[in-house]
Design a protein around this ligand. Structure first.
Ligand code: F2R
Ligand code: MG
Ligand code: MG
Length: 311
């Protein structure tokens, strides 16, 4: 075990949720674009309009609320959680959802058990999309160990993503958030140890190959376009979670830069930036997030109070 077990402060819990939402909302206008120029991103950063969150934050909020409600009992009730996710989609189907997960939510809403609904698509394999990873960061606030974070994450993933890579993606993001949240911000982040810890809870050869690639890329500090091409920037878990990890490990002490890097990696920009923002915000805290971004965010108050409930 290489992590320093620092206590979770309110500022870091808020940073986790607000960093996630800021990455999501800043990345959302570019989702699906192969390239995002520095100028285009700067124009978005300077725009006066509200920063509007998408499904990434909406479902992370559902999960955070679920964990807060079940904090003193079971932490997770998968049947209830599946229905809560589906209800959030039904209430706001326009919030940037793709096509896959809403089909699962439709079946759950119709009364199909989640274990069957999640296998009704993709030839019975279920989804390997990044939708379970994008929402999972709040799990790190209640997990009691790195293994616990990964295990809870897999359980939250299973209600929508039956495929092992959808679940590995959630375990990776939750474990990375746990490590970021408890790392010592006064000391430089030890990247090899961080990746080594992740590889102990995400036991899968393709994921270990990605961790090795991330380790190499962190040393070379490639521009974000190159990172997106080298590691992936699509909506699959394996093609986006490692890219978010690279964004964070390149800028562990600058949440704004980690988020920019995630957006500029292109492709699934909202989701990669949301995951990078959760990781960096968990390490550096809400106090480090740009004031001008927070003022524009459409949902700061709810995130703030949920973070306080969970600490
Ligand atoms: N999907 C979007 N955005 C595009 C649509 C935006 C919208 N129309 C708008 O502009 O408002 N965003 C959100 O979805 C991603 C999370 O996806 P999730 O929940 O994992 O869904 P899905 O569909 O299951 O998986 C994503 C894609 O992965 C491929 N895929 C998954 N499993 C597969 C399998 N077993 N076999 C083959 N392909 C598989 C598919 O291409 C899926 O479309 C986030 O980006 C979130 O922001
Ligand atoms: Mg989205
Ligand atoms: Mg997305």
């Amino acid at each position: 075990m290489t992590i320093a077990m620092n206590p979770i402060t309110r500022d870091r819990a808020r940073g986790l949720l607000l960093g996630l939402a800021l990455g999501d909302a800043l990345g959302a206008p570019f989702e699906g674009r192969a390239l995002v120029s520095a100028d285009d991103l700067l124009a978005e950063e300077r725009a006066p309009s509200r920063l509007v969150h998408t499904d990434d934050t909406a479902l992370a909020l559902v999960l955070a609320g679920h964990l807060a409600d079940h904090r003193d009992t079971t932490l997770l009730d998968e049947d209830v959680l599946a229905r809560e996710f589906a209800e959030a989609w039904r209430a706001e189907p326009w919030r940037g959802y793709g096509e896959g997960t809403p089909r699962v939510f439709g079946l759950i809403t119709a009364g199909v058990p989640w274990a069957d609904a999640t296998r009704a698509f993709y030839q019975g394999q279920g989804s390997f999309g990044n939708g379970a990873a994008m929402r999972v960061a709040p799990v790190a606030l209640v997990a009691t160990s790195l293994h616990h974070a990964a295990e809870l994450a897999r359980r939250t993933a299973a209600v929508t993503h039956a495929h092992k890579h959808g679940q590995h993606g959630a375990a990776c993001q939750a474990a990375a958030t746990y490590l970021a949240l408890r790392s010592d911000p006064a000391r430089p982040l030890a990247v090899p140890a961080f990746l080594h810890d992740l590889s102990r809870v995400v036991r899968s050869a393709p994921w270990h190959e990605k961790f090795d690639r991330v380790a190499e890329l962190v040393r070379h500090r490639p521009d974000p376009e190159h990172a997106g091409r080298a590691l992936g920037n699509d909506a699959s878990a394996l093609g986006s979670v490692p890219t978010a990890l690279l964004a964070f490990l390149t800028y562990p002490d600058r949440a704004d830069e980690a988020i920019r890097y995630g957006v500029r990696a292109g492709g699934d920009t909202d989701t990669i930036a949301a995951m990078a923002g959760a990781l960096a915000g968990a390490r550096t805290g809400a106090g480090s997030l740009p004031e001008k971004w927070l003022r524009r965010l459409d949902i700061s108050g709810r995130l703030w109070s949920l973070a306080d409930h969970l600490t």
